[in-house]
Design a protein around this ligand. Structure first.
Ligand code: ADP
Ligand code: NI
Length: 208
């Protein structure tokens, strides 16, 4: 199988396994992360483009399909898929990277400085900020039936409101970027988050 064919098969596998209701990780998130990761990689990282594309495509599959259940089942499914479709040589690296990629990952292990991991993490985080990040946050909050804002809520990392999630996570992402390219993109997207919040509070208080 050629690399192009493997990519097409992997795209189909991912589309099939991302659950429709999981609005945080739909196919378009994967597409955006792929474009961002490719951009970062071309500008500065230079990891193998094929391995990067496969890692991006697969990075949310286990989480999405097995959310709330046994995520190990998700990894086992991905390993089996990679072995069956000519990716045995990159399987170990890709699995380690996607295990470590998630922001919420509590027990990272292995090579945390693998450039493949750093590029994927940067691209994934960039898609959580800026206008897209705002849209995704309110989409997720709506799906969970969370309030948009709770005045005087403690933003202690466990906010119930979507505005609270900005303080728990989104406003911190800019300083967690690894690559220069992602840092530059994050600056603009972070400023947009601040601008959004400023306008939000202004309207909340009925100021003109
Ligand atoms: P990761 O892919 O890093 O594990 P998550 O799965 O936590 O990220 O989040 C996926 C998307 O859902 C992101 O855009 C994130 O901002 C959004 N999201 C996650 N938790 C919340 C929340 N409590 N309120 C609003 N948006 C959320
Ligand atoms: Ni993702």
């Amino acid at each position: 199988m050629s690399k192009e064919e493997i990519i097409i098969i992997t795209e189909d596998f991912v589309k099939h396994n991302l659950k429709n209701y999981d609005s945080g990780h739909d196919w378009w998130h994967i597409e955006r992360v792929r474009r961002l990761a490719t951009l970062i990689n071309e500008k500065e990282a230079h990891v193998d483009p094929f391995t990067l594309e496969i890692a991006v495509l697969l990075h949310d599959t286990a989480d999405s399909k097995f959310a709330g259940n046994d995520i190990e089942q998700g990894y086992a499914m991905i390993i089996e898929f990679m072995e069956r479709n000519g990716m045995s040589d990159i399987k170990d690296q890709v699995i380690e990277v996607i295990r470590n990629a998630s922001f919420s990952k509590k027990n990272p292990s292995g090579n945390l400085n693998d450039p493949l991991l750093l590029v994927l993490q940067d691209a994934d985080k960039l898609d959580a900020i800026g206008a897209i990040g705002v849209a995704r946050a309110f989409n997720y909050g709506g799906f969970r039936n969370n309030p948009i804002f709770i005045p005087e809520e403690d933003t202690d990392g466990k906010s119930k409101s979507t505005i609270g999630h900005f303080y728990d996570k989104l406003l911190k992402l800019k300083d967690m970027m690894h690559t220069k390219t992602a840092k530059d993109i994050a600056e603009e997207r972070h400023r947009f988050l601040e601008k959004f919040l400023e306008q939000f509070y202004k309207e909340w208080e009925t100021k003109f």
